[in-house]
Each structure stands twice: as C-alpha cells, then as structure tokens.
Ligand binder design. Structure first.
Ligand SMILES: Nc1ncnc2c1ncn2[C@@H]1O[C@H](COP(=O)(O)OP(=O)(O)OP(=O)(O)O)[C@@H](O)[C@H]1O
Length: 524
C-alpha cells in the first residue's frame, strides 16, 4: 500500500493568478486602496493586482486563508520533480535488470521476424521491476516493429482489475476492434483520396493495385461492411463463447503478431481458473492471419500448481526470474531517480543508503525504497527544512509501516477483526502470553454482543495463524510439558492505532463498554 497523498505546495503560476484576478478586477474589491487600476486602463491591471496584493486586504477572513498557503509555499521546495518517484512513472533506464531485459528481448525478437514468440512466464517478488521491465521491452518492441513495418502489437492487462475470463476477453476484443476500425478508417481515407485524384487524372490509380475507380469504390464498400461487423463487446451480458469469437475475429482481421501481457496473472487464475489461459494458448492453431503469444507476470509461482498441465507447459515455455534487489542495487536505483526528483543538494549523505537498507531488509523491493524516499522528502518539506535528513527517512519508515498496518487491518474480514479485537482487549488489560483459549472466550462474548456467528475454536486458531502470517500478531507455539502445546500470542502492531481502525468498522464500533468482555477470560 502506498501513501499517495501529495503535500507539496502547488507550483505558483503568476499568469493564471493574475488573469483570473484581472477579470475580477471590476468587482471593486481588488481596486481598494489604489488609483492606478481605474486610471491606467487594462494594460496596467497586472500592476494594480500586484500592488493590491502587497497592500493586503482589510478582510480578516481573506488574511486567514492566505496565511494557510503562504506558509506552505515559503522556502524552496525540496523536490524538482516528485512525479518520478511515483509508482506510475516508467523509468527509461532500469539498472540491474539488463539480464532479464535482454532475455525477454531475445525471446520476443522472433515477433519482428513475423514468427510467434514463445510464451513467457515472469516471476519474482513484489517491487523487483517485473512490470517496469516488461513494459519497457514492449515499448521497444512496438517502436522497432513500426520502424521495420512488421505488424507487432502488445496488449497489457492488469488481472488484478480485470479478473474474469469474460472481462479479459472483452477488453482484448474491444482493443482490437478499436485498432481495426482505425486501420479501416485510415485505409478508406487513403482510397477516397486516390479516388478523387483519379477522377481528374487516371494515373493516380497506378499508386494502388486497382484498375478502375469502380474497383476502389467496391473496396471501400467492402471495408465499410467489415467495419459494420465489428460490434463493441459490452462489459457484461454476452455468452462467453460470443465474446471469445469477437476477440478471435478482431485479432485475426489482419496479419500481425500479438503479445498479450497478463500482469498479476495469478489473480486471474485464483479468481476464475485457467480457462482464459487455456483458450488463449490454443488460439494459434486456429488463427489464420495472426499469431498470439502470452507474457504472464506473477509474484507467486504457486499458482501454476492449479493449472491444467497443458496450460502449465505452454505458459511456461520460457521462464524469467526477477531476484530481489540487494541494498547496493537499490542505492543505484534510488540515486538515478533522485538526480531528477530532488533539487541539487536536497538529500543529505545518509538518506539514500538508509532508504536502500530499509527496503533491502524488507525483501529487496524497489517500490518500497522509492516510497520511502518520496515520503522522507514530503516529511522534510512539511518541516520546511532545506534538506532531507536521516531522521526523515526513519519517520517515513514508521509512517509507511503504520499505513500498511492500517490498510491490512481495515480490509480484514469481520471474523478476523473480532479475533484481533479480542487480542487487543487482553493486551490492553495487561495480559501477557495470551493463549488461544483466552482469545476464544472473549471472541465468543464479542460475537454475542454484536450478533455475529460464532466460529469454532479450531477456526479461531486458524484465523490467529492468518493474522500471524500477515504480521499483525506474533503466535509462538510453546510446549507445556504434559499439558500439551499451546500458542502464546502477542500483538505485533501498535495497539492504539489498530484499535482505532477496528472501531471504525460499523459493527465493532457498536460495542460501547468492553470491560465485561475482558472479565470473561476468567470464565475460561
Ligand atoms: N531496476 C529498476 N530501476 C528503476 N526503477 C525500478 C527498477 N525496478 C523497479 N523499479 C521501480 O520500482 C517500482 C516497482 O516496480 P514494478 O512495478 O516493475 O515491480 P513488480 O515486480 O512488477 O512488482 P509487483 O509484483 O508488485 O507488481 C516501480 O516504480 C519501478 O519503476
């Protein structure tokens, strides 16, 4: 999860301010206290406004609102171009990914020779540059294909958003329909132009393989008919077969090699099985004009266990692994971005190494490293200092961590929230080494209070393990000798903030007095 809040002051744009004020000038407010405005006509309006701003206004509310932003605008901003630190920015250079990029290019170059490239499966942990590298290679591929006039297209689909077979096929169908319609329109324009010229001078027909103006007319009619056949696929409602055949016809309309990039492919399989991949991977045997190749991207290789063996072997014809970055590599990545993102000497010496070290500890995640650097810059900006300091990085690390916790807790299912709330209540009442029985007792009472289903103790134990895996609690199994084994549970996240997030859930928020529930642990 990323903090997307943008706290930087807006770039001041005097021209806009002045123009908008200038138009308002006639309402009298801006002219107060200056004669110049009325005396010297419109050419002097700029002066009038500036004078006026300098003199200030008598209206106290005006003062207050101006102060709010003036304070923030004061001092030199730290950032030169903050956008380059955002996840949406695609860098032109990807240090330490040369090998993976070359591997992809070696496989995809086949497309530029008009043949079908092998399917590629790319995997690696989050933030290891998979999407950025794949997009970079795709752009290069398309540019080169235009240069050599070999029709080759890449379509990108984010399967976290587009997660059903229907949606994937519909999105692809519509993209290719749009492209075909554009191609047809261009061709018709071209033919009509030749037609017009040929009416005056028949030698214009030599430019095309048509013998007469009538032949051109027939071709235009046929193209118009093709165009009319392309019907946009609605986002719901058609049988999947129909959507598939729309996509099939659209993609096969003319000769081309198509690379379909399925980012977060594991989400698609998880949500709707492997039908889409099965259909896509068997298309080539039926396509007449075009060829399709799949590039799947995932940070979880386990999803291939759920694939039909045929799909699995077809999809994984080529596999490219993106290993996590180490601290030195992250430093290089951050350095390259910060040169563009920050003003000259805004970063103190330790900032980049510290961001890199924190992110390397995490799991070599470049996204996290960039988030840290951006957030540290924003915090420094908020402090109105000229430099980003080591301390800003530490604060940024805490802020990001807290944001992550809040997001994870906020999106937990209600049952897990109740279990977590029970653990928090115990901790807040000074219980250490909490065991599952104690959690279960309070959980049961809480469920009764808010009228929720009560799960078995076994299920509650599973939910505790899930919270453990999410890093929200720490559950260690301890042996109690002849009394067997039990789990000792403690909270791994800040109590107050987590409790606040839980209570913002309307169901849990209804509980007024929690004390009686804590007493219930003694009923164990
Ligand atoms: N080698 C690199 N050089 C510069 N920036 C990089 C590099 N690797 C990753 N990044 C940046 O890190 C961020 C995350 O990268 P990207 O989205 O490609 O990761 P990913 O492996 O696809 O992660 P996920 O699996 O979570 O989608 C992006 O902002 C990207 O620009």
């Amino acid at each position: 999860m990323t903090d997307e809040s943008d706290n930087s002051p807006p770039e001041s744009d005097p021209s806009t301010t002045e123009t908008s004020n200038a138009t308002d000038g006639s309402d009298g407010q801006l002219d107060v206290g200056t004669d110049a405005g009325t005396a010297s006509g419109s050419s002097d309006l700029d002066d009038v406004i500036l004078d006026n701003l300098d003199t200030g206004s008598d209206d106290p509310s005006d003062e207050a609102s101006r102060g709010l932003f003036d304070d923030l605008l004061e001092g030199e901003p730290i950032f030169e171009n903050k956008e380059v630190l955002r996840p949406s920015y695609t860098p032109h250079k990807l240090p330490h990914r040369e090998e993976q990029i070359n591997n992809m290019a070696t496989i995809l170059v086949t497309a530029l020779r008009g043949d079908t490239p092998s399917n590629i499966l790319i995997y690696g942990k989050t933030g290891t540059g998979k999407t950025a590298s794949a997009k970079f290679v795709s752009e290069e591929l398309e540019t080169t294909s235009q240069k050599y006039e070999v029709p080759c297209e890449v379509e990108y689909i984010n399967c976290e958003v587009t997660d059903t077979q229907y949606r994937v096929l519909a999105q692809l169908a519509n993209k290719f329909i749009d492209k075909n319609v554009k191609l047809i329109d261009d061709r018709i324009d071209e033919l009509e132009d030749i037609q017009t010229r040929a009416r005056e001078d028949t030698t214009a027909l030599e430019e095309v393989a048509f013998d007469s103006i009538e032949d051109i007319e027939t071709e235009i009619e046929s193209l118009e008919a093709d165009k009319a056949e392309f019907e946009e696929v609605p986002m719901t409602g058609w049988p999947t077969d129909r959507v598939y055949s729309s996509f099939f016809d659209a993609v096969d309309y003319h000769e081309r090699v198509v690379v379909i990039m399925l980012d977060e492919i594991d989400k698609l399989v998880e949500k709707s099985g492997d039908d889409t991949l099965y259909n896509l991977s068997r298309m080539n045997s039926e396509l007449e004009n075009s060829r399709v190749s799949i590039m799947g991207i995932s940070n979880d290789l386990k999803f291939t266990d759920f694939l039909d063996p045929r799909v699995k072997s077809s999809l994984g014809e080529e596999e490219i692994v993106f290993p996590p970055y180490d601290a030195n590599q992250l430093r290089d990545i951050l350095q390259a971005r910060s040169d563009v993102a920050f003003k000259g000497d805004a970063l103190t010496e330790d900032v980049i190494p510290l961001c890199a070290a924190f992110a390397a500890q995490e799991h070599g995640d470049a996204r996290r490293a960039l988030d840290l650097l951006r957030t540290a810059g924003e915090l420094a900006e908020r402090d109105q200092t000229d430099n980003v300091l080591e301390d800003h990085v530490r604060q940024a690390q805490e802020k990001i961590e807290l944001d992550r916790v809040v997001e994870v807790v906020r999106t937990l299912p209600t049952q897990s929230k109740i279990v977590l709330f029970a653990i928090i209540l115990l901790e807040k009442n000074g219980v250490h080494n909490i065991n599952t029985g104690e959690v279960f007792n309070i959980y049961k009472n809480l469920c009764e209070e808010i009228d929720a289903d009560i799960l078995t103790q076994r299920r509650v134990t599973d939910l505790i393990s899930e919270l453990d895996m999410l890093g929200i609690v720490n559950a260690v199994v301890v042996s109690k000798g002849r009394y067997g084994r039990t789990k000792e549970i403690s909270l791994s996240v800040p109590t107050e903030e987590t409790e606040a997030v839980l209570l913002s859930d309307s169901r849990l928020g209804d509980i007024d007095d929690v004390q009686p529930f804590v007493q219930a642990r003694f009923d164990n």
